[in-house]
Design a binder for this molecule. Structure first.
Ligand SMILES: [Zn+2]
Length: 109
C-alpha cells in the first residue's frame, strides 16, 4: 500500500456502521493483487463467529473479533495536529520516504 496507513495508526472511520468512530489499526490486510487493502481497527466492526467444540475449545461458542474495514473508508488521524488527513510522502536524501501530514506538514514517522 505504499505510504498508506500502518499498524498502530489511529484512524477515523468515514463510512459504514462505525462511521465517525476512531480506533487504532491492529492489522493491515492486502488483497491478492497487493492493492486496495483492508484494515482491522481495534474494537470496531466487531463480528461474531460461532465456533464448534474442539479439543482446545471444548464448549465451542461465540468469538468476537474485529472485521475488516476497507482502507478507503478510513482516514488517518494525525498524531501531531489531530486532524483527519491524507498522507504525503517526504523524500529523504538517502532515498527513503517519510510520511507527512498534508494538513500540518509535520512528519508522522
Ligand atoms: Zn497533522
Amino acid at each position: 500500500m505504499g505510504l498508506g496507513i500502518k499498524k498502530g495508526d489511529t484512524v477515523a472511520v468515514l463510512a459504514g456502521k462505525e462511521k465517525g468512530k476512531k480506533g487504532r489499526i491492529i492489522s493491515v490486510l492486502t488483497d491478492k493483487a497487493g492493492k486496495g487493502g483492508k484494515v482491522l481497527v481495534e474494537k470496531l466492526n466487531i463480528i461474531k463467529r460461532h465456533t464448534k467444540p474442539s479439543k482446545t475449545h471444548e464448549q465451542g461458542g461465540i468469538i468476537e473479533k474485529e472485521g475488516p474495514i476497507h482502507a478507503s473508508n478510513v482516514m488517518l488521524v494525525c498524531p501531531k495536529c489531530g486532524a483527519r488527513t491524507k498522507i504525503a510522502a517526504h523524500m529523504q536524501a538517502d532515498g527513503g520516504k517519510l510520511r507527512v501530514c498534508k494538513k500540518c506538514k509535520e512528519v508522522i514517522d
